[in-house]
Design a protein around this ligand. Structure first.
Ligand SMILES: [Cu+2]
Length: 502
């Protein structure tokens, strides 16, 4: 059976079974559920310190829900407060945040605050010692909102073979931490979460963007591994936020508008490449962190866990599709219409010029991480090599993943000393690309397949198939720190490691 047939079958099944009753579609995909904190007392004694930041308080309810992805395409999943994405949590940098989680499901849950500097007991990772939100119970998460930028929150539960748990569900949302220094050079702001739905196991590789044979593959073994691959997760339906292409409200613009797009890949499994027919993206931040060299690009590649902030100048009137470059994904819903005022024609798709995604163009060179005489604060205290390998499962089983020769857990192999600077060399000895994520820390890109860069801070980075990426990380967030591949299946089957502080 061809992949396309799976897509058709998926659609047919959905239409046949999807006559569930729906809540009314809400015009605004995201809404703020902010309850003001306790009012500042006017009776504060004069010598008491003045409380500057008022706490932001939110409540999120984890519960089953139905999603109308398109007319007659209705799926059932689990979400936050009956919204996909969950409510937009918007706070100021440095503001204390309280989030009460009410778990109306039968299983324990974890809510992870992705990209934030929070202590391990609040980070939402079982491996770091965060307590679960019990089934039919509640738990309060409290932390200070930092650093500024586009962050997000999502389930961090293990799923293993259950495709209705963890990041396979609709448990994700945007968490924006506003900086006092935002120049605000845009006319409107949109939040675009890329998703796929109704996952299934397959031996067909969902990644149609096979690595270019001309790519440098410094980690490619001399003799290829010929063992057959195991099952991977694929999906027949795609959306941006909760709507398939054409089913939701368009992004309405006027000529000359500058639209700030916050892109998030909230998929459990798929890297996406998106373009905006006839328009360029000016990428200003990666994973929420401003880049040293904003650049205009025709496409954005974004992996599970990553965020890209880009400004699109609306200079090509018409009705256009912003969507996945991969035809199957776009035709199965991965897109949204961009509609100029007073234009009524059918939405058009224009594929971008063949272009590559290269993180290093957003960095700087010269002051040099790789310079022979680095500044004192850039001297590396220790280099840690991490080697990733696949144990192919064969056609009836799951692939397993090794970090330095073994599956999770690792006891005492990875130790940070507070305040030291580490250089991590990430060796991907597998034929898949992996988005690798460090909890509670940012790292700086140093080298990608031999190409040096500096100044790009991220929390998740795609290490290409048989590729090698070097990053620097300052150990400044004491406590257990989880490292893992952000593809749920890979994380669940061995691809993670815990760093301890000495
Ligand atoms: Cu992976």
């Amino acid at each position: 059976m061809e992949r396309r047939d799976f897509v058709r079958l998926g659609w047919a099944t959905m239409i046949a079974t999807g006559a569930g009753k729906l809540r009314p579609a809400c015009g605004e995909p995201l809404s703020l559920q902010q309850v003001p904190g306790p009012a500042q007392s006017a009776m504060v004694a004069p010598l008491e310190p003045i409380v500057i930041a008022r706490a932001a308080e939110f409540t999120l309810e984890i519960a089953p829900m139905m999603v109308e992805l398109a007319p007659q395409v209705v799926i059932s999943t689990i979400g936050y407060s009956n919204k996909i994405p969950g409510p937009l949590l918007r706070v100021r940098e440095g503001q204390p945040v309280t989030v009460d989680i009410v778990n109306n499901t039968d299983v324990p849950e974890y809510v992870h605050w992705h990209g934030l500097f929070v202590p391990p007991e609040m980070d939402g990772a079982e491996e770091e010692g965060t307590p679960p939100v019990p089934p039919h119970g509640r738990r309060r998460y409290q932390f200070v909102a930092k650093p500024a930028g586009s962050r997000w929150y999502h389930s961090h539960a293990m799923a293993m073979m259950d495709l209705h748990r963890g990041s396979y569900t609709g448990q994700f949302g945007f968490l924006m931490i506003d900086s006092a220094n935002d120049p605000g050079h845009y006319d409107q702001e949109v939040f675009l979460a890329l998703r796929d739905w109704e996952p299934f196991w397959t031996t067909m590789d969902p990644d149609e963007d096979r690595p270019d044979p001309n790519d440098p593959m410094p980690e490619k073994p001399a003799t290829p591994d010929t063992r057959p691959n195991g099952l991977e997760v694929n999906a027949p339906l795609y959306s941006i936020n909760d709507k398939m292409l054409g089913a939701g409200d368009p992004i309405r613009v006027r000529p000359g508008d500058r639209v700030l797009m916050h892109l998030l890949n909230a998929s459990s499994s798929q890297i996406q490449r998106v373009a905006c027919s006839g328009h360029s993206f000016q990428v200003i931040a990666l994973d929420g962190n401003p880049v040293p060299t904003p650049q205009l690009v025709d496409l954005i590649e974004i992996a599970p866990g990553e965020r890209v902030d880009a400004i699109v100048e609306m200079n090509h009137p018409g009705v256009w599709i912003l969507g996945a470059i991969r035809n199957v994904a776009r035709q199965s819903g991965m897109g949204i219409v961009v509609e100029y005022a007073n234009q009524q024609q059918r939405a058009q798709w224009l594929a971008p010029q063949k272009a590559r995604w290269d993180y290093t163009i957003f960095g700087t060179t010269g002051f040099g991480n790789t310079a022979p005489h680095p500044a004192p604060d850039r001297i590396i205290d220790q280099t840690i090599d991490m080697v990733f390998e696949k144990v192919p499962g064969g056609p009836h089983a799951i692939n397993h993943w090794l970090v330095n020769g073994k599956e999770y857990p690792h006891e005492g192999e990875f130790v940070f000393h507070k305040g030291r600077r580490y250089r991590l060399v990430l060796h991907n000895r597998s034929d898949d690309s992996h988005p690798l994520h460090f909890h509670r820390h940012l790292f700086e890109l140093v080298e990608i397949n031999g190409k040096p860069t500096a100044g790009i801070l991220k929390d998740t980075v795609i290490v290409p198939a048989f590729g090698r990426i070097t990053v620097d990380l300052v150990a400044d967030q004491p406590g257990l720190t989880l490292f893992h591949c952000h593809i749920q299946q890979h994380m669940d089957f061995g691809f993670k490691a815990l760093f301890r502080y000495a």
